[in-house]
Design a protein around this ligand. Structure first.
Ligand code: NDP
Length: 449
């Protein structure tokens, strides 16, 4: 075993011992440390300032009770969190997730990834993440509103446009951001850019809803271009059917690709004819307005099949866009994708591929864009929303899109700079090192804080 390998193992073992029962956090730390350790080992200043030890320790963790009354007048209690992970390069920034699987460890993994992702965007944003184990599924609008109001009644004292700026994530879209913003404004008596993903009539940015999905396709375009290929004419599988999945499909259609799957936790729909604009509009209404299940697609469009309980990765495709949740592509899924000729995986979700799955993609030397690079378009346009709020201006859609494309190009270029080896770009290593160096240098400059 090399001395670096031993040191990485010892470092991760300490993180595991100090943060028990947080497997997703351990997984994220292991992957990043594996990439950046050689940089740390070669730089005595990083070691003396114990940059890595500080990077894995959140600056602040806030945990709180969220009591609310359901439609029957019964008391309901959830747990709320905000992880303020690292503010070396800007105010904490990252989404809020509402899902029954939310735990401290899940949010710490997301906050940790967010620190490096935000650094990659070229904008000035630190990393944070928050949420609750509240399940919005099956709840009425009034229940969701009462929950959001109770959640914000505690959260408001910890956030602000230059301290911590939350946004959406799983289970938090325009409806929830509206309720959260309303309650913040009421308690704080301030109208400011404390949240991003706001409605257009109260400070939102054009293209924020589209940004993560569009960005994942832009990133795929950049990766494909390194091999003289393009998105046009390719068959694509997409998982999830929420915000990121919907706008991934939309941008794939703009680019002339053929998206053929969507999914949710119940299973996958496979439409060999392709999910076109009209079918996508139907899905958006199903998911965002009627809040139904993706299985209904196969009833509405009889040529499509519903694969109950299955993920999309066994379906033959050229491009894959995991856009649902963490660890949704395991080793056998990755093998199936590679065996079926998939040439490019661009992750809209955060850490959707297990470490074993990542190994399969890297060994096959396909184009593999990890979430912290490929899905950074969402937080980038959130950053642009903050800039517009600070200047009390609203940019046209074309301008936001142009800036988003520039940012995705520059993230890609950074990944190539740090990740190229033997003519192959290891985007995992590239993204981790490029994100890390900027944060580490800022931490070094700011002393023992
Ligand atoms: P949404 O809530 O809009 O959609 C989530 C989708 O993923 C739904 O189809 C949902 O299905 C499915 N899903 C969620 N959890 C699970 C699970 N445990 N098993 C199977 N399917 C699941 O969320 P987003 O589209 O906003 O987020 C999707 C991913 O993208 C997440 O990983 C998120 O962190 C990441 N991301 C989002 C950004 C954004 O701007 N929104 C920015 C960057 C990353 P079901 O309804 O059955 O739960």
């Amino acid at each position: 075993m090399s001395s670096n390998t031993q040191a990485i193992a010892a470092f991760v073992a300490e993180v595991v011992a100090k943060n028990p029962n947080e497997p997703e956090f351990h997984q994220a730390v292991h992957e990043v440390v594996h990439s950046v350790y050689p940089v740390v080992a070669a730089n005595p200043a990083y070691r003396e300032a114990r940059i890595l030890d500080r990077l894995v320790e959140p600056e602040r963790v806030i945990m709180f009770r969220v009591p609310w009354l359901d439609d029957q007048g019964q008391f309901q209690i959830n747990r709320g969190y905000r992880i303020e992970m690292n503010s070396a390069i800007g105010p904490y920034k990252g989404g809020l997730r509402l899902h029954p699987t939310v735990t401290l460890g899940v949010l710490k993994f997301l906050a940790f990834e967010q620190v490096l992702k935000n650094s990659l965007t070229t904008l000035s944003m630190g990393g944070g993440k928050g949420g609750s184990d509240f399940d919005p599924k099956g709840k009425s609008n009034n229940e969701v509103m009462r929950f959001c109001q109770s959640f914000m009644t505690e959260l408001y004292r910890h956030i602000g446009p230059d301290t911590d700026v939350p946004a959406g994530d799983i289970g938090v879209g325009g409806r929830e951001i509206g309720y959260l913003f309303g309650q913040y404004k009421r308690i704080a008596n301030r109208f400011n850019g404390v949240l991003t993903g706001k409605g257009l009539s109260f400070g939102g940015s054009l293209l924020r809803p589209e940004a993560t999905g569009y960005g994942a396709v832009y990133f795929a375009q950049e990766m494909l271009a390194t091999r003289g290929q393009e998105v046009a004419g390719k068959v694509a599988t997409v998982s999830g059917s929420g915000n990121v999945a919907q706008y991934t499909v939309e941008k794939l259609l703009h680019c002339g690709a053929k998206p053929i799957t969507l999914s949710d936790s119940g299973g996958t729909i496979l439409d060999e004819d392709g999910i076109d604009e009209e079918k996508l509009a139907w899905v958006m209404d199903l998911k965002n307005v009627r809040r139904g299940r993706i299985s209904e697609y196969a009833n509405r469009f009889p040529n499509a099949r519903f694969l109950a309980g299955q993920r999309p990765w066994g379906v033959k495709c050229d491009l894959a866009f995991p856009s649902a949740t963490q660890n949704e592509v395991d080793e056998s899924d990755a093998r199936a994708l590679v065996a079926n000729g998939c040439v490019c995986v661009s992750e809209g979700a955060n850490m959707p591929t297990t470490p074993e799955g990542v190994e399969v993609f890297l060994a096959a030397r396909i184009l593999y864009g990890p979430g912290k690079a490929a899905n950074a378009g969402g937080v980038s346009v959130s950053g642009l929303e903050m800039t517009q709020n600070a200047g009390v201006v609203g940019w046209p859609r074309e301008e936001v899109d142009m800036r988003l494309q520039q940012i995705m190009k520059s993230i890609h270029a950074n990944c190539v700079q740090y990740g190229e080896e033997d003519g192959f770009v290891n985007y995992v290593r590239g993204a981790n090192i490029a994100g890390f160096v900027k944060v580490a240098d800022a931490m070094l400059a700011q002393g023992c804080v």
